[in-house]
Every structure is written in C-alpha cells, then in structure tokens.
Write a protein that binds this ligand. Structure first.
Ligand code: ZN
Length: 398
C-alpha cells in the first residue's frame, strides 16, 4: 500500500469517475470498492485523506446513447449519476470530498487549454469542412507530447502497443494534421448536433477526455497530489495522458506520485464492459434482493490488482461468508479480538491484501462459533469490537 509522503499527514486521492450513460456494473464498482479500502486503510493509519472524483457528464458514449434512446443527454447523465450514487452508498463506499462534473469544470478546462497553447505544449489542428461554427479557423486543440520527457513512464509500453490501445480506447491516431499520432485531443470544436460551450480564444466546443481529469484533480487536490486511481484499462491512454497534462500545466515535475490500478472483472471468459454488453449491474442485483454487503465481500475476496470472474458461485460464497460472520458476531462473548484485528491491519498494509484480511475474519468467526475451550474465559463485548473493525476497515456492515 502506498505510504504517506514523508513529513505529511495528508493524502490526496483522485479516482476517475463514470461516464453516466448506463448503470454501474460489478467491474466498475470493484474499482471504487478498492479505492474505498485504500482510503479506510490510510485513515486507520491516522492520515487525513482528501478524495476527489468526477463524473464525465458530457462525452461521446453518453451523447450516442442519448441520441439512440431519444433521451436528452443531460437527463440521462443526471439519472445515471444518481443511480451510481445509490449503488455506491449501498456498497458502503465513502463518498468523495470533491465530486465534480465535466460540464461545471469547463471554465477551468478552457483556462488550462489556453495556457497550454500559450506555452507551446498544445497546438491547433485544422477542422474538416462544416465544423467549428463561425470560427472554423481556430481548429481543434491537441497536446504536443514531444516536449514531455515523462510520457510513457507509467505504462512502459512500446509505441506499437500505445498506438493500438489509443485507437481502441477513444483516441484518433489517424486524424490528419496531428504532429504525432498519439497526441491527445484537448478541445473539440463545435460540430453539428453536438453540445458546445463558449470558450473565448479556443472557439466554442467541449473538452477532451484526459484534460478533464487533469483539471478536476489539480483543482481539487493541488498540482502534486499523491494517488491517481482507476481500473487497469485506464492506465493507457487515459492516466498516461492525464499525467502528461498535469506536468504540462505545472511546467514540469508534477503529480500523481503513485498510480493505483484495479484488475478487470470478467464474465464467461471475457472482460465485463459496456462495449461487449456482458454486464452484471449492481442496481439489478440490489433489485433482485441481493445483500449489497455480499457484493462487497465477493469483491474483497479477490486482491484488487487481480483479474477475476464474477459468477453466481462467487456470490453464493460471499452470502455464506456473511452468514458465518453474522452468527459469530451475534453472540455475547468471543475470544479477545486483538490478534484478528492486528492481522486485518497487517494484511491491508501489505498492498491492500483483502483476501488475507477476510481469512483472518473467517478464522476468528470459526473460533468464536467453536466456543471457549474448557479452561478459557471469554469477556463480554468482544463481538462488538470485531463488528466495528470489519465496518471501519473493510466497509462491511453486518
Ligand atoms: Zn480520469
């Protein structure tokens, strides 16, 4: 687990948020549960955590879904953001201290892109005919990655690998007029039928994906915050590009100090993703009467960095585990919990080893249910200590 900056008792965490065009699937929720576990472990060490996240409330997939279903994109975004919040509350995820939307951040983003243009870390790219409203000559704006010596230091990919992932995950390597195929979009000028905002010298348009997170994180946490978190599919290009923008905006060395990436959750042998359509939604499970704590326990049974597969068997195991814990916690007496609490803390301090932490709880529960040995005397009240421990450290409310 990342340690605090030397001499500081404050930790800033930024986790990339959702694009609110569909309900929260289990894979996505697992990322926020991992960030939540990190936050709880840091708080338990006596650190003050400031957690920021975002909602990408204007983006291509959202606009496409809205157009395809005949719903206003703003209504779709508001509705799905509210559902996401309800899912997170049910999963006992501590809410961010700062939760910003892309739309509300547009003035700060415009300012950032203007600064990058002024200092030469961004450039304009000519538009196709018909784009750009009354000022097509202003063009779209792209970041110039050539001046960033730190680019690629997080993902360590070859150029061919970067190009393939960039094309697959929202990039436009074939866009004519770019200096480098990998250069990412900062500002997209207005196109027919697309929402756009006035932006002074940039010309009306909307922000690119990576600059949004860089600006929201920097605004909420300062230029050298500690931890940037998200699913492993955000490592490239999103986090590499956002990190590059943060350096450009800081004029060189800048955060994030550490990047944390959670594994992918699969279903039937494939990664669970919106584009594949093989999704298990948290809201659907809740509507079917599944205990959200069982969903959370199923996630914690896997180390946050590992890829794993969701299944009915995983859920059944989690439900059985909670019943076992509940039976142990409902008694008046239990063995002294000090060793179990220490083991849970030690597991979390070891790169958030949640499977080891829940095994410690399993063992304590088994010992409790077995009852005291003939020469043992167990004090009253100990089950309450363990209930508060799993609530505080693991976010499991029994
Ligand atoms: Zn992001």
């Amino acid at each position: 687990m990342p340690a605090a900056r030397v001499g500081s008792t404050k930790v800033g965490i930024y986790a990339c948020g959702i694009t609110p065009y569909d309900a929260t699937h289990v894979g996505h929720a697992a990322t926020y549960v991992a960030v939540d576990l990190l936050q709880r472990a840091l708080r338990d060490q006596g650190l003050t955590v400031r957690y920021a996240s975002c909602v990408t409330d204007v983006d291509d997939p959202l606009l496409e879904r809205a157009a395809g279903t005949g719903v206003d994109w703003r209504e779709l975004a508001a509705e799905q953001t509210a559902l996401f919040g309800a899912d997170m509350a049910a999963l006992a995820v501590i809410p961010p201290d700062v939760y910003s939307g892309v739309v509300e951040t547009i003035p700060a983003t415009v300012d950032a892109v203007q600064r990058m243009l002024a200092d030469g870390s961004a450039y304009r790219v000519p538009l196709e005919p018909g784009a750009g409203g009354a000022t097509p000559e202003l063009g779209d704006v792209y970041a110039d990655l050539s001046g960033d010596g730190g680019f690629g230091n997080v993902s360590h990919l070859s150029e061919a690998e970067m190009l393939a992932l960039f094309a697959e995950r929202g990039g436009d390597p074939a866009r004519p007029g770019k200096l480098n195929p990998l250069d990412p979009l900062l500002w997209r000028r207005e196109r027919s039928g697309e929402p756009h905002w006035e932006a002074g010298s940039l010309g009306a348009g909307r922000p690119g994906w990576h600059i949004e997170c860089a600006v929201i994180a920097r605004t909420a946490l300062g230029k050298d915050f500690d931890i940037l978190a998200g699913g492993s599919d955000l490592l490239f290009p999103h986090h590499e590009m956002s990190g590059s923008h943060l350096r450009a905006l800081a004029g060189g060395a800048a955060a994030p100090r550490i990047q944390v990436h959670s594994g992918m959750v699969g279903l039937d042998g494939e990664k669970m993703s919106k584009s594949r359509g093989n999704l298990v939604f948290v809201s659907t499970l809740r509507a079917d009467g599944v205990d959200p704590m069982a969903i959370r326990v199923a996630m914690l049974a896997h180390h946050y960095r590992s890829d794993w597969e969701w299944s009915d068997a995983e859920l059944r195991d989690a439900v059985a585990r909670i019943e076992h814990w509940r039976a142990a916690l409902s008694g008046a007496v239990a063995p002294p919990p000090d060793d179990a609490v220490a083991e849970i803390r030690s597991a979390l301090a070891d790169d958030l080893d949640s499977p080891r932490a829940i095994r410690a709880m399993d063992e304590w529960a088994a010992r409790t249910l077995a009852g005291p040995k003939h020469d043992e005397e167990w004090p009253e009240g100990e089950p309450g200590v363990m209930a508060r421990t799993v609530d505080a450290l693991l976010g499991i409310r029994i």
